[in-house]
Design a protein around this ligand. Structure first.
Ligand code: HEM
Length: 465
């Protein structure tokens, strides 16, 4: 690109491509008021998710609309608050540990598909933390059908409904019906006391969904089906990205024996430097804040994965005719997009061979090089929009990866792609965020003796991703 904006014309609409680095394009992007993140979501997935007219109404509001800004504040209050960050991170850790205890009962090795395993545990854990009570996703069939539904959105986009995959249509109908709790009681008290899993009574903060519901109920055009849409969007946006990110990181680690050995050595050192132990079992309690210090190659793998697989274009729907940088006309109904790949594969930033996976490029003097990691645009562009869940994503991903590598011997079947050092390619079709891998390889998991109750302490974590 030789200017701030390039335009691709399609019948009835245009795509304006904003240079993510040069010519001041991103600053002007941030200043454009006629833009909407959620309208882009609506445009892409209206048909596939079966969004209701009530959802279209609020999703198409510009990003700087007061109602929409207040909704983003709800997310920020939930995910950027340090106390809640610790609560949610510890909540996921505790629940995932419990699900593993249920799943790996007799010590016999289990064959599982990596992505499906992570997805199932995290959906259950997030449901328990974000929804009222334990949330709807304790129901295994609902989790399975949600996976089929969201994994097949591209198969639900045909202009005529009968052309869509019947399995995906059935899954969508099942999920929508199960989540249609109808006229939920908006007066329900958001603060309630629940068990924290240790037999003590602890205060469970008003879950994310309760907070959002309270906000949506104040919306004039609210209608009950919008609530189903909202729950689906939260699972689609929040869960898909974090599951996919953990899955990619593991795929890189498992396909590279030397990297895996190096990371496991670092984790051993981390465990040796943890002074806490679980009272009842004597198992180590790992200080989550120390992962940064002791596991530079794990972190470097995470950031290199975010660079390679998280070059997701920052996109906005244009809600009204506008003029960009005093000279480019933007047409209502068009799309503005800043392709992060230009930045993420720029050799001037990342050094030689930016198209290859090379975590060492993220390390300087034995520690993660923050001058590099701050160049990543995986979570969005400052001023345009940044993911409010980025700190939680980091803490959940790091603790879960360490916990997996401490708790299991993970063997890749001989002759399979991982054993041959091959990482699957990303899926080619449009996705809700990071593209998933084309294949979800099977691995053999054997639980290590004594690793059953490895836990994390998040007391000392700081905001950061
Ligand atoms: C590695 C995992 C994740 C990645 C790569 C990611 C990335 C992103 C990106 C690129 C955006 C759009 C930013 C923008 O253009 O304004 C976004 C939005 C969002 N993310 Fe994340 N995210 C991840 C995990 C999470 C998690 C764990 C949560 C919550 C628990 C979360 C909650 C959200 C929400 C609520 C929005 C929409 C904010 C809005 O409406 O303005 N994300 N995320």
């Amino acid at each position: 690109m030789t200017s701030a904006v390039g335009t691709i014309h399609f019948p009835g609409k245009s795509v304006y491509v904003i240079h993510p680095e040069k010519f001041g394009g991103t600053k002007a992007f941030a200043k454009t008021r006629e833009r909407s993140l959620m309208a882009g979501f609506w445009l892409a997935y209206d048909k596939a998710i079966g969004l209701s007219p009530g959802s279209k109404h609020w999703m198409c509001l510009p990003d700087d609309d007061e109602f929409r800004k207040a909704l983003v504040k709800v997310f920020k209050a939930q995910f950027l608050d340090l106390g809640l960050l610790k609560h949610y991170s510890a909540g996921v850790d505790e629940r995932v540990g419990k699900y593993w205890d249920e799943r790996f009962t007799d010590g016999a090795p289990l064959k599982l598909n990596l992505g499906a395993w992570i997805y199932d545990d995290l959906l259950r854990a997030f449901s328990s933390l974000f929804w009222d009570e334990e949330g709807p996703f304790q129901d295994r069939e609902l989790r399975e059908q949600t996976s089929i539904f969201l994994g097949n959105l591209h198969n639900l986009m045909a202009p005529m409904e009968f052309l869509n995959s019947s399995q995906a249509r059935r899954a969508r109908a099942f999920v929508r019906q199960k989540l249609d709790t109808g006229h939920v009681d908006s007066e329900k008290s958001p603060d309630k006391t629940t068990s924290n899993g240790k037999g003590e009574e602890a205060s469970k903060p008003a879950g994310l969904l309760a907070a959002i519901r309270q906000h949506l109920f104040q919306w004039d055009a609210y209608e009950p089906h919008a609530w189903v849409d909202y729950q689906i969007s939260v699972v689609a946006v929040v869960l898909s990205n974090i599951v996919t990110a953990i899955q990619w990181t593991l795929l890189y680690i498992l396909s590279r024996p030397e990297l895996k050995a190096q990371i496991i050595t670092e984790i051993r050192t981390l465990v040796e430097h943890c002074d806490g132990v679980e009272g009842s079992t004597g198992s180590p309690v790992i200080d989550a804040a120390k992962i940064r210090e002791y596991c530079p190659h794990l972190l470097a793998t995470w950031y290199e994965m975010l660079r390679m697989n998280g070059a997701v274009p920052v996109a906005r729907y244009i809600t009204d005719n506008a003029v960009f940088m005093s000279k480019y006309e933007l047409k209502k109904g068009s799309i503005m997009v800043s392709p992060m790949a230009v930045r993420h594969f720029n050799p001037d930033i990342w050094g030689p061979e930016p198209e290859s996976f090379h975590p060492e490029r993220m390390i300087k003097d034995g520690q993660v090089n923050t001058d590099m990691t701050r160049q990543l645009g995986t979570f969005g562009i400052p001023g345009v929009g940044i993911c409010p869940g980025r700190y939680l994503a980091f803490n959940v991903a790091m603790s879960m990866l360490v916990k997996m590598l401490v708790s299991f011997d993970i063997d890749c079947p001989e002759g399979g792609m991982l054993a041959q050092g091959i990482v699957p390619k990303p899926k080619g079709h449009m996705s809700l965020g990071m593209s998933e891998p084309e294949q979800d390889p099977e691995v053999l998991l054997s639980r290590r003796a004594g690793a059953a109750s490895v836990k994390f302490d998040f007391t000392n974590i700081k905001p950061g991703w």
